[in-house]
Design a protein around this ligand. Sequence first.
Ligand code: GLN
Length: 196
Amino acid sequence: MIRVGLVMLQGARHAHISSLNEASEDLGLEIEIFEIRKLSHLISSNPDVIVLPGGESTTMRKTGQDKSSNLIPGIFEWIRENPSKAVMGTCAGAILLADPQDGKPPLIGAKVDRNAYGPQNESFQGIVHSTLLDREFPGIFIRAPKFLSSTDEVCATIGDEIVGVRNGRVIALTFHPELSLDKGFHKWLLESASSE
Ligand code: GLN
């Protein structure tokens, strides 16, 4: 049984739940999903996988820093202390991993520029090439950030732009894999949590 912690700060959380369930069925790997609203939920559920959905990173930083939840920056520290966990941050979640703003090293080594493609109506779909999946992936970019450079492994690109960065079992994607029919990244996450 793979324990998956879904961070419930904002964004397409329910689409991630569907994607995780589909990926688990396809792979024949059983999962249990824990909704993480407070740091105490993270500690008590001790997940193997963490998903940090998109949303609005400024809002997520504010709500996550609420004294009653203590989720941010506690979650960043927990990921640093537990390097065997598989983590996926999508869009705003990727921004948080690359720029945790807690005075400690980022979880992903990449320079990120928020809203770099412009406002909501500049959102787009495009074919991502992923070395992680070793194939193309239909990427959905919603008011997406841009990775300007990376000191970690580039694991997804669109043209010559970096849209996915990997640091071991931590991946940060500037797009929304939970909104595509292709469950490749969710499968990768569950598979890497299930491998030693
Ligand atoms: N524009 C958002 C931000 O800067 C990210 C958008 C998203 O997660 N879809 O946080």
